[in-house]
Design a protein around this ligand. Structure first.
Ligand SMILES: *Cc1c(COP(=O)(O)O)cnc(C)c1O
Length: 421
């Protein structure tokens, strides 16, 4: 049975559960830091390289602070994320603000923080100018449309809601130049959870060529190119990690052939990955609450899709380890479910596992990005705690679990007494 490693032993996790009841998410600081360094080092040939961690993947200020210590910036998409990174101590051009359908309050705060503002649409130029004023540095998100093959999570680029068309880019940079904007960047993000390194080489090539054309035509200079996030992780134990060396070398070759050859260097290379940075190093720890035998065999956990929605949302595979039973024969087939009144609330369907019993500790792997983050309260379900396994082996709680009281804070039960029906 293929396995995925865990950063804790059975007795360690049992000790943690004594203090922090299941379910909870736990993140491995050491692995996150090592991975963050490897990712950064892979692109060291580009002097201006910077990764802006996509906060939406794991919106916890403790994780953002760890990554900032590794010299990462933050990629934010909303007002709340901007406030979170501000409180973490990240400011100015270490923040990339990539939003869409953006409310004015968000632009105002991004501008105040002097974040790099990445516009999703040409109409946002006038909107930003009217309500917040244009910043001196501007970036646009490009949607290559049919020029680029899609990816099953985001879909075909020409059907995606994001970004400027090619023609709109020329028009947009021209308007900004004429309005006095001096500094320029370009961005795209077309795929998600992509494991093919050449996908990103092709993305970079498309952007590099556009930079040549736009800079020539409009006589503007680009400071940076942001190739977005979307670098995938191997959710299945038999899958391989993306080869960063191949990806980096490929992008470097295109940089030399297109950017350097056209006299447009130096150009800073930016990325804004979320999943690749923290995904494999977060775990949802849960217990078996009930075993049920009907037309199928079900193992019901004390967590549900409110704690990890990816399997229900995309049919995504998340590997499962049953603590202490790793070496038992995996010859029992289960649907591993949550407690939501939705039949797609299943962490796994027809999964071969060792025989399960009530109380077994279940670890769901690769929950460190787009895991806790996608949590919700449907069915009155509460978000779990988030824990951090520090490099010295200590465990700290970096977010407490929600309580029923939290769930009711926006309701006024007193008003119900005087509410005549
Ligand atoms: C979601 C998102 C990211 C991060 O995506 P990952 O798949 O976690 O790398 C980066 N940039 C933008 C604009 C996004 O919407």
């Amino acid at each position: 049975m293929p396995q995925k490693p865990l950063p804790f032993t059975k007795s360690q996790i049992e000790k943690i559960i004594k203090k922090y009841p299941t379910p909870f998410h736990i993140y491995d600081e050491k692995a996150i830091r090592e991975n963050a360094r490897d990712f950064k080092n892979a692109f060291s040939w580009n002097k201006g390289f910077k990764e802006f961690f996509a906060v939406k993947a794991a919106p916890n200020p403790y994780l953002v602070k760890i990554l900032h210590k590794e010299s990462y910036g933050a990629d934010c998409s909303s007002l709340a994320e901007l406030i979170m990174v501000q409180k973490t101590g990240i400011l100015g051009e270490e923040i990339m603000f990539s939003s869409n359908d953006t409310p004015v309050e968000d632009f105002l705060l991004a501008k105040k923080l002097k974040a790099i503002i990445n516009l999703d649409d040409i109409s946002h130029i006038a909107y930003l100018e009217k309500y917040a004023g244009l910043p001196s540095l501007i970036c646009f998100r490009y949607n290559p449309g049919k020029l680029k093959r899609g990816n099953h999570i985001i879909g075909h680029p020409e059907e995606a809601k994001y970004g400027f068309t090619r023609e709109q880019l020329f028009e947009g940079y021209k308007i900004c130049k004429e309005t006095g904007v001096k500094r320029f960047g370009i961005h795209t993000m077309v795929g998600s959870n992509e494991l093919d390194p050449y996908y990103f080489v092709e993305t970079a090539e498309i952007l590099f060529q556009l930079i040549v054309e736009i800079s020539r035509k409009l006589k503007i200079k680009f400071e940076f190119v942001n190739i977005g996030g979307g670098v995938g992780i191997p959710y299945r134990p038999e899958q391989k990690r993306i080869d960063l060396k191949v990806m980096s070398r490929g992008i470097r070759e295109k940089y030399e052939k297109i950017i350097i050859a056209n006299g447009l260097a130096p150009l800073k290379l930016f990325a804004e990955c979320g999943r690749y940075i923290t995904g494999p190093y977060g775990y949802l720890v849960s217990r078996v609450l009930h075993i049920k035998d009907t037309y199928k065999r079900f193992a019901g956990l004390d967590s549900c899709m409110a704690n990890l929605m990816r399997p229900a949302l995309y049919g995504a595979y998340h590997h499962i380890t049953v603590i202490g039973k790793e070496h038992k024969p995996h010859k029992f087939v289960y649907d591993v479910t949550g407690s939501l009144c939705e039949n797609n609330d299943k962490f796994a369907i027809d999964r071969k596992l060792p025989e399960l019993e009530q109380g077994d500790i279940i670890v769901i792997h690769d929950a460190g990005a787009h895991g806790f983050a996608m949590g919700f309260n449907y069915n009155g379900k509460l978000r779990s705690a988030e824990l951090l396994l520090r490099e010295n082996g200590e465990v700290v709680q970096i977010r407490r679990a929600e309580t029923v009281k939290d769930y009711f804070t926006t309701l006024d039960f007193k008003g119900l007494t005087n509410f005549k029906v």
